[in-house]
Design a protein around this ligand. Structure first.
Ligand code: HEC
Length: 106
């Protein structure tokens, strides 16, 4: 009986941990983020809007911007899942101006 309870508790904790990790900002996949950024953001950024690339900002600036994405001027123009935004953030932040490998989109 106790063994079973321990097992259930342990697996519940592991699930909870995995889920909370998945939604924590900063665990995004930069490779997917690059693709998602090109698909969802470069449609404007680079033509009708500012030529925004990872190297346009420092890591601290990206972090501050993505702390509250609703404050980004164009956030009303896109509907993107939390996970996809995490991936985009991982790309922008990971290749920022002051990162080891700054990236531009052009
Ligand atoms: C419909 C066009 C459009 C799309 C799509 C779009 N943006 Fe924007 N974005 C703008 C405009 C317009 C501004 C405000 C002026 C500017 O920076 O060009 C802006 C501003 C921003 C800013 C603030 C820039 C700064 O230096 O203050 C960020 C960050 C940003 N967008 C990120 C994104 C991200 C991330 C995506 C994709 C998820 C995205 N945008 C998609 C049009 C767009």
């Amino acid at each position: 009986m106790y063994r079973r309870l321990t097992l259930i508790t342990a697996s519940a904790l592991i699930t909870l941990f995995a889920v909370s990790m998945a939604f924590a900002m900063g665990d995004g996949n930069a490779r997917k983020g690059k693709f998602l950024y090109r698909k969802n953001c470069r449609t404007c950024h680079g033509s009708s809007a500012s030529d925004l690339s990872p190297s346009s900002k420092t890591q601290a600036e990206w972090k501050a911007m993505f702390a509250d994405t609703s404050k980004i001027k164009c956030s009303g123009d896109w509907t993107i899942s939390e996970q996809d935004l995490n991936d985009i953030y991982a790309y922008l932040h990971g290749y920022a101006k002051d990162s080891p490998s700054p990236a531009s989109c052009s």
